[in-house]
Structure formats: C-alpha cells, structure tokens
Write a protein that binds this ligand. Structure first.
Ligand SMILES: [Cu+2]
Length: 361
C-alpha cells in the first residue's frame, strides 16, 4: 500500500516536472553574453580613459539625424532628451525611458567610436554628502572639476570637456554655452546607501519610483548635487556626467526588479503625462499638481516658446504613446528619434531580454 502511494507520488512528480523541462529546452535566450556595467570607482585608469575618449569622439562626430540644434552625435542625445523631457520625468515611464536612452548612448559609444567597454555608472553612495571630493571630478581621467561662477554661468574650467560648446539648452533654448556645474554637497544626502536601501525595500513600483525620483531621493541628489546644467531636467544631458548618474539609477531599478523578477519584470504604472500638467506624482507634495517640494514647474518645464526651437514635437496624446488611458502600460512607446530603434516599455523591462543585453557588477 505504502509503496503504491510512493509510486503514485513519483509519477505525479514526473508529470509536473515534464512541461518545465520542455519549456526550458524550447526557450532560446537572445542575450547570451551580457556586457557588465561597472562602477567608475572600480575602473582602471585605462578603462576610464577609454570611456572619456569615446565620449570626446561622440562630441567630435557630426550629427546625422537632423535633430534640431544638434551639431554632434553627443548633441543628438541631448536633443532626444529635450524633446521627450515632459513625458520622461515625474511619469511612470521615467525608468524605462532612461534605461533605453542610456542604452542608446552606450551603443553609440561602441558603434560610432569603437568603444569596447560597457557604460560605467557612478556609485553615488560612495560620494553621498561629499560630491565635491569625488574622484569623478578630481582625478584624471575624469570629468573635470567644478564650474567657476561668471554672472549666471558656472563654466567648468578643467578636464577633457572644458572647451566643449554645447548648442542646446538651457532648457528648450538653442544657444552655444559651456558645460556648467555648481556642486552642492548639501543636496547629495539623498544619494546615501540608507536612502537607496529605503527605496529598494519598497514593495510596489509606484512607491519605488516615487522614492527614487523624489527631490530628496537618489535622482534629485545626483542632479542637484552636480548643479547648473545637471539641475535642468530638460537639457541636463549636456553634462556628460548625466549618463553615469542615470546608469546608477538604472542599476537601482534592476536590483529592485531582481528581488522579485517574476512580478517586477512586468510591473509598471503611474501617470503617463507630466506632473506639471496636473497629473499626480506619487512622490507627493509641492506645487502644480504634485511636483516634489522645491521644484518650480515654470522654471523646469517652461511653456514652449516658438523662438526656442529645441523641442521638435508637442507632447503626444496617451493613445499616440501606446497607452489606452492616462496610465503607463507595457505597450507604452519610448521614442529615441533614430539613435536606436523605438521600443515599448515591455521590451526594456528585462536588461537581458530580446533588446537589451547587459548586467551590473
Ligand atoms: Cu532625464
């Protein structure tokens, strides 16, 4: 009797296991050898130099995509960000947009400029509260130092990007200007490991997103801490440090997803139109329908002025964006203006899926 029960359990076990084995055999994974994105702090001198050289190469190559204001390949990325700024911040697609955007930049470094590494990230937990002493700004190869104030400008004076004339920004303006920085250590406490841990402990996407993008969270800490160009959510990629900041944020999202991949690789939500237009940002508080405290929507998302030509399109309607209503869904379209093919949110949820192929150390 007992042996019959055991035999029955074994057969039951076999029948349950069989489909799993078949699934495993028929699934072909497109991403076979993901490149590994590492912290700038851990890169060798040669690796740092290779990255800086590749960025300088993008700055020296003429733009080819016909994006307004963009002279160089580097500028083209800034033009993409400018055109999408209103539907890429304080919206649920904040993470997916920037994930694909950073990927597009990484692909350009490799395809246009022969870079063989991965996009590094800036582990800001190392420098929280003390950005001014960060090796990113103080050591060579690095990103140059702080800006020096001259009227309303704070141009960087040292490092490989000191002479770069950026034709886009501030905001939607098109005007040649230097790369500006105004480092504020006070603004960087939100980059601490404790804050990151608080965000990683959130149990749903809305809370996690609100935690990271709030002005007192990691996103605000990096932008506010570097200052000047980086504080402008429209034109901030004019400072090349932007890409290391957003890669760090992407890493935090990837770590959060990896805690519960079966749920979180499909979990997205939140408004798909900007908080400045009155849609709520779950980070809460602040003026104009939910921007975080300290954010002035008039300053950050000024009304479009036809004399400022950097924004090629009006903000599309939700249906155009691939959503049915005012909430972001997996079918939401992410527009990259030819830098890489557009994708839906669904296609960038997995950093080792059919489109993206990278990992973090
Ligand atoms: Cu952005």
């Amino acid at each position: 009797m007992l042996s019959q029960i055991l035999l029955g359990l074994c057969l039951l076990g076999d029948s349950l296991a069989a489909p799993l084995v078949e699934t495993r055999q028929t699934t072909t994974k497109k991403c076979v050898s993901p490149r590994v994105r590492k912290s700038w702090h851990t890169l060798s001198t040669a690796e740092r130099q290779a990255y800086i050289d590749a960025e300088l190469c993008l700055m020296s190559k003429p733009g080819t995509l016909g994006l307004r204001g963009a002279r160089s390949k580097f500028d083209e990325f800034q033009a993409v960000h400018v055109s999408q700024a209103e539907i890429a911040h304080f919206v649920g697609q904040f993470f997916p947009f920037h994930r694909l955007y950073v990927w597009a930049h990484e692909e350009a470094l490799r395809k246009e400029c022969g870079y063989t590494g991965a996009q590094p990230y800036w582990d800001e937990t190392v420098d929280a509260g003390a950005f001014s002493k960060s090796i990113l700004f103080s050591e060579t190869p690095g990103f140059g130092g702080n800006g020096v104030r001259n009227g309303s400008l704070a141009c960087i004076q040292t490092g490989p990007f000191a002479s770069y004339k950026n034709p886009i920004g501030p905001g939607y303006k098109l005007a040649d200007h230097c790369i500006g920085r105004w480092i504020s250590d006070m603004a960087t406490s939100g980059a601490s490991q404790a804050t990151v841990n608080t965000c990683l402990a959130k149990t749903n996407y809305l809370d996690f997103w609100a935690c990271v993008e709030s002005s007192t969270g990691p996103h605000g800490a990096g932008h506010g801490g570097v200052g000047a160009d980086m504080t402008n959510p429209v034109s901030s990629p004019g400072d090349p440090i932007f890409y290391l900041h957003h890669t760090w944020l992407d890493r935090i999202w990837a770590k959060w997803q990896a805690q519960s991949p079966e749920v979180r690789l499909k979990e997205i939500g939140g408004n798909n139109k900007p908080a400045a237009a009155g849609f709520p940002f779950p980070g809460g508080g602040g003026p104009a329908g939910g921007l975080p405290p300290g954010f002035d929507p008039g300053m950050f998302f000024p009304p479009f002025d036809p004399r400022d030509l950097a924004r090629p399109d009006d903000v599309p309607e939700p249906l155009v964006m691939g959503d049915v209503g005012t909430n972001v869904t997996l079918t939401h379209k992410l527009q990259m203006y030819g830098t890489v093919p557009d994708q839906t949110v669904d296609e960038v949820m997995d950093i080792q899926g059919d489109v993206l192929c990278y990992d973090y150390d």
